[in-house]
Design a protein around this ligand. Structure first.
Ligand code: AMP
Ligand code: ZN
Length: 139
């Protein structure tokens, strides 16, 4: 594996503005914030995808991110926050160490989720796909 910058942050080899850490997770300021206060929450153990993070750690990441979102609302002028995670470069993942973004939002920050939404052709197309997804779900 090439040197992972987020593993280097965990080990203290490169600097980061840390906000919270425990045995499982680390939260720090994103170096290029979408809005000031933008944070990243990562597993301390290297995982490129959330799919390999053990459940206890994955749950911790979501819990800490939610609490950090509340802290952002208290500390900043922020009306809410987005949690965002990109799995794979096709989804926009640049750093190959899984990370959950916590992005503070203001009602008038001018940033719009602008994803085009599609429609299923009919109910059986939707239901057939739902069956295939259920069959493939392995917990
Ligand atoms: P993603 O596109 O979901 O992989 O997001 C990667 C994020 O990591 C981007 O928002 C970057 O600004 C952020 N980032 C990259 N390098 C660093 C770093 N050394 N310290 C803090 N944030 C970083
Ligand atoms: Zn890593």
């Amino acid at each position: 594996m090439e040197k992972c910058i987020f593993c280097a942050i965990v080990k203290g080899e490169i600097p980061a503005t840390k906000i919270f850490e425990d045995d499982l997770v680390l939260a720090f300021m994103d170096i290029a914030p979408i809005n000031p206060g933008h944070l990243l929450v990562i597993p301390k153990e290297h995982h490129s995808s959330p799919s390999t993070i053990p459940e206890i750690c994955a749950g911790r990441i979501f819990f800490i991110a939610s609490r950090l979102g509340i802290a952002l609302k208290r500390a900043l002028p922020a009306d809410g926050f987005n949690l965002h995670l990109a799995d794979g470069s096709c989804a926009g993942q640049v750093v190959p160490h899984a990370h959950l973004h916590v992005i503070p939002r203001l009602a008038d920050d001018g940033f719009h989720w602008n994803w085009r939404q599609k429609r299923y052709e009919n109910d059986s197309a939707r239901d057939g796909l739902a069956d295939r997804i259920r069959e493939k779900l392995k917990l």
